[in-house]
Every structure is written in C-alpha cells, then in structure tokens.
Design a protein around this ligand. Sequence first.
Ligand code: SF4
Ligand code: URA
Length: 195
Amino acid sequence: MGKSEAMKGLEEKIKACKKCPLGELRTNAVPGSGSYDAKIMFVGEAPGYWEDQKGLPFVGRAGKVLDELLESVGLKREEVYITNVVKCRPPNNRDPTEEEIKACSPYLDKQIDIIRPKVIVPLGRYSMAYILNKFGFEAEPISKMHGKILEAGTLFGKVVIMPMYHPAVALYKPQLREELEKDFKKLKEVLESLS
Ligand code: SF4
Ligand code: URA
C-alpha cells in the first residue's frame, strides 16, 4: 500500500472514530493536513473551535502564528505535515485527559510510521510529553526542553525531535514568541543539514 492510500484510509478511520467521549462532541474530527512526504511533522495538542468547525489543524489564532513562523523560515504549509495528539476538540478547549490521549495517540503513531519524517516538532507540553515518552526520553519542563535537538532511532531510520512552545503562547507572551522564532531558525538549520 502506498503512503497516500494508507493515510487516506487512516483519515477515514479517524473521522468515524468513537473510541473516546470526544467523538460524540465533535463537529469534525481533525486528522491532519499537509504533505504525506513531509520531512517535518508538527504535532499540536488538540483541535480548538475553528479546527473543529473546519476539520483542519491550526486554522484559528494559534494557526496564524504557526503560519507566520513557517513563513519566517521559508517553509510552506503544503510541504510540512501538521497534526495533533488528540484528533477531536475537547469541550471549551480544556486540556486533553490521559484517557483521551491514550485512546487517540495510536493514530499519531500510525501517521508517523506512514510519513516517516526526518524531524518531529512537538508543540507544547502535552505533545512534547507524548513524543518524548514514545521515543524513550525523559521530559523536563518545556522551558528547558524547547529548541533542544534530540535524536531517536526508529525502524525507518533516525529522527530528530525538537520540542517547541505551543504557538498559542506567543499570543499572550511576546518573549516566548521570540523563543519560537529562534527555535524555527534552528529548525531550518537542522533541515538544511539533513538534505
Ligand atoms: Fe477517536 Fe481520537 Fe476522536 Fe477520541 S479524540 S473519538 S480517540 S479520533
Ligand atoms: N491548537 C492545537 O494544539 N492544535 C490545533 O490544531 C489548533 C490549536
């Protein structure tokens, strides 16, 4: 099975999923968007209001910040892949629960296996905690971990993990936006060193 076929099948499964209570509350599930051949995968936390309305990741205010950060280093949305740890919106944008993460994360695992990215960028502490744990790293506070370059071995080769702050924090903390901008510059350098 090709990548495209595998991803489309997975997206259909996600859209029909009722494995956790969030499935009853959603307008649309948000599987992810972007290139199935992406070298970079960005992994946010969970859909918010606009993502739930549109069925697409990062299309609200945090998405606008993410777009600006991508653009600042010459990356296009279409060439990266963007998804979340949890695919349906938690009510009132509350944090996802452990059970919801447990129920939903196998979809993210499959997406990683299909896309085989060279770099994974967890955005925010929930996503960071999940990804670091998955690849066998200890999670320290995101204030310490953001911008760090971690290397993990996978069945499909080496993957770089680079945690970053969640773009939503940039909306109310300008100094964290600067950190995000610096981390994106570093991400660009990492990408250049890989190609
Ligand atoms: Fe299924 Fe994930 Fe949606 Fe829960 S959040 S219903 S596990 S797709
Ligand atoms: N915040 C997230 O973590 N993910 C989205 O898709 C949108 C906002």
